[in-house]
Design a protein around this ligand. Structure first.
Ligand SMILES: [Ca+2]
Ligand SMILES: [Ca+2]
Length: 254
């Protein structure tokens, strides 16, 4: 145990220094290999700015207002830097940012979905919910619980229209209200062989597909739970003739 502590102490020194009456900082001195050179990191304030410096050279200078985290020097883009308020909300340039609450990519055993059958297309190692010979006139749903306090919700997902859709509709209900609908027609030509020739078959049977349609919706929403329900109007069509699937179902709150 003593050896462990000594190793820690010899690796990093931490001290709080005050160079004059208005400047105080935390200084971390880290010996480089061989103990011949030292890296000195300093975090401090000066003239209403916060500075992180290495060996006396400013690495990163920033200023914090109420919700704003303004990068003054050190980064050409600050997209990766955000500030969190006491309610764990993210702000960037005074705008509250969506927080990812959940992402279902269907690569691991499913939790909470009413139907858990998954597929892959083109033998790629990328599973999605549903797929050829599985989902046709199905309804699949999941209720997500434990959402943090929020006013808006953003839902994104990929929808796969697979094989012989003929103008039927795929749709999403959120808390029982329809929020998204779209349709697909695998062939609008008199001679279907043209569709086989000109379209792109990427999943299921020989007919062309519309894979990976990216949907993103933002809704007013305040409840701590949300129910997503995907369905279609494929009626009695065989699931090996026309099918669908979803992937990358993500929920953001803000
Ligand atoms: Ca996936
Ligand atoms: Ca196909």
């Amino acid at each position: 145990m003593l050896i462990f502590l000594l190793q820690i102490i010899s690796a990093t020194y931490l001290s709080i220094i005050s160079e004059d009456s208005k400047l105080a900082s935390i200084q971390i001195i880290q010996p480089k290999s061989g103990n011949t050179k030292r890296l000195v990191y300093r975090l401090g304030t000066e003239d209403d700015q916060c500075i992180i410096s290495v060996n006396g050279e400013p690495l990163f200078t920033y200023k914090i207002n109420e919700h704003e985290f303004e990068i003054l020097t050190g980064f050409s883009t600050s997209d990766g830097v955000k500030i969190i308020d006491p309610e764990n909300k993210f702000y960037f340039r005074d705008l509250q940012q969506p927080m990812l609450f959940v992402l279902d990519d269907f690569e691991i055993p499913l939790d909470g979905w009413s139907d858990t059958r998954v597929s892959q297309c083109q033998t790629i190692q990328n599973y999605f919910l549903g797929g050829p010979c599985y989902f046709s006139n199905n309804t699949v749903s999941k209720t997500f619980v434990g959402l943090p306090t929020h006013e808006y919700i953003t839902i994104s997902f990929n929808f796969h229209f697979i094989d012989q859709w003929q103008g039927e509709i795929g749709q999403l209900k959120v808390d029982k209200l329809i929020v998204w609908q779209d349709t697909y027609n695998w062939c609008d030509k008199v001679m279907p062989w043209l569709c086989y020739k000109q379209g792109i078959n990427s999943c299921g049977g020989e007919a062309p597909d519309q894979i990976g349609q990216a949907i993103r919706l933002t809704l007013y929403h305040i409840n701590s739970f949300v129910n997503l329900e995907f369905s279609t109007t494929l009626g009695k069509k065989d699931a090996c003739q026309a099918s669908w699937g979803i992937d990358n179902v993500a929920i953001y709150v803000y």
